[in-house]
Ligand binder design. Sequence first.
Ligand code: F6R
Length: 613
Amino acid sequence: MCGIIGVVGSSDTLETLLEGLARLEYRGYDSAGVALVRPGETWRARTAEGTESVKALREECDLAPLGFSSGIGHTRWATHGGPETMNAHPHLDCSGNIAIIHNGIIENHADLQEQLEARGHVFSSVTDSEVLAHLIEESRANGFELIEAVRRSLLVVRGAFAVAAMDATEPDVIVAARRISPLIVGTAPGVTYLASDIPAILDRATAFYAVSDDEIVRLAPEGFRAIDLEGVPVHLHPLAVDWDLETAEKGGHDDFMTKEINEQPDAIRTTLLDRRRRDGTITFDELRVSDEELRDVRRVVIVAAGTSHHAGLVAKYAIERWARVSVEVDIASEYRYRDPIVEIGTLVIGISQSGETIDTIQAIREAKRRGARVIAVTNIVDSSLARESDAVIYTRAGLEVSVASTKVFLAQVAALELLALRLAQLRDTVPASDVDAHFLGLNAVAEQVATVLTRRSSVEDVAKQLLGARDFFFLGRHVGFPTALEGALKLKELSYLHAEGYPAGELKHGPLALIEPGVVVVAVVTDPAMHEKMLSNLAEVKARGATVVAVATDDDESIAAIADYVLRVPATEPMFSPMVDVVPLQLFAYAMARGLGRNIDRPRNLAKTVTVE
Ligand code: F6R
């Protein structure tokens, strides 16, 4: 997730930008840059030094001329184009007068770039963002003032953006706009700010305003005015901000985990952006494996650890169902020591949020050594896993700080299910109309997750009732099984309570002996095809005195008769349900851990990235 900042009317422009960028550090970045604008002159500095980029930028800025009262700054988390200086923001138009920064993804950038190049524009990066600078340049050349030029440009772009633009021929004005990606405006006497998050301008602005989707704001030293995409004036909502810096970094929440749980709808949306061409073809820009190789895959082996392993288990159901290829899912730390079989046509998928988990890296090294083609699914651009694999698909969930993984799980499932659909297209195993329907269904999941998030307090009420419990079994069938595993893992690591995930059908083969009064059984019962069987499993545990918590769909009337507590979710296509059904389980684990006074973001004994075997 890139970070953006801008200021107009400041006597301390550069320091405001550099300090603000440093304060956006928690969003994660691989490069950074600033542009300063005054009449007839745009000055720019950029660095691509990984997590040292902001520090390096400060050194570069020692050379900056004095006397600029306006500027924009950016920390980049690469999506399109590698983390190199030429891809760092701000980007300039052909004249060098217009500078833009952008957080998000322009879905139709390839078409737009082709059209712009045909009209003579020269591009100097391989980002999706640069098209914005050239589109604005064209409208400015037609005589439109900057706010109108930005508005016209945004009418032709698809995707997500928080964008800010300046022009040396209209100095002391910044025009900013948003869709999906976050953007706020701040004011102080004679100075106006913009930023992706409050911390960047917390100590400087005295009033804060939220920019909503498809709103465009013109910032000048004396204040701002806003319009919508039709050009109609709009008012920005004031934000009450009485946070210290630490609270501000957590988006006003008590901890990063809450922030990250709330970011889940956007994690899905951004992971899905830009993945389908107009002709319906599912596409991954970063995937450097040819269509022929993917079509000829005979067997898929997934290696991963922890939560990423659970995402892999969901992927097995999707790939086997849609692409009709057999899939084996292995715990990464087991794979390399069991003399694995790699035959011609074996595709290995390594899944890792961090891209640095040593078990997963060692597993893919072993697979490569034996001749497999390896695809990485990771959240971190240029991570070791990404570099060592033949190809990579990035989840675009943004930096995850809390040790317990939440939003990246949803993004991993979304990315892997997309890959399953791509394999199905190549192998012709699902009719085109069904692929389209699945793609639309996948896109609808973000909204369903948002709905579940509005029900947080009802999950908290259930957790309050169960605070004294010490033993939990999480049950599910089909993709409800990995969902159950993930629910159990969240409860274990956050609350330190004993929790086990099981396929519901396996219960009677042993674990049923453990069921007695006081044990809590949490069951995922959202799949209509599994419903009857799940209810009979629940009857078995009820008969032995267990307390039953069910994750069930809004329209499920029969569940109330058997479950002691019901966590409601909107009904979704079963294959997508793990992304929806896991959310009440995350909230439940969180509420239990809070109730027990645990350290939410840093559970005992655990590290965010496990780099030792
Ligand atoms: C659980 C959790 C861990 C990680 C595991 C793999 O909430 O965070 O189980 O999922 O350590 O990490 P990555 O995905 O970085 O390889």
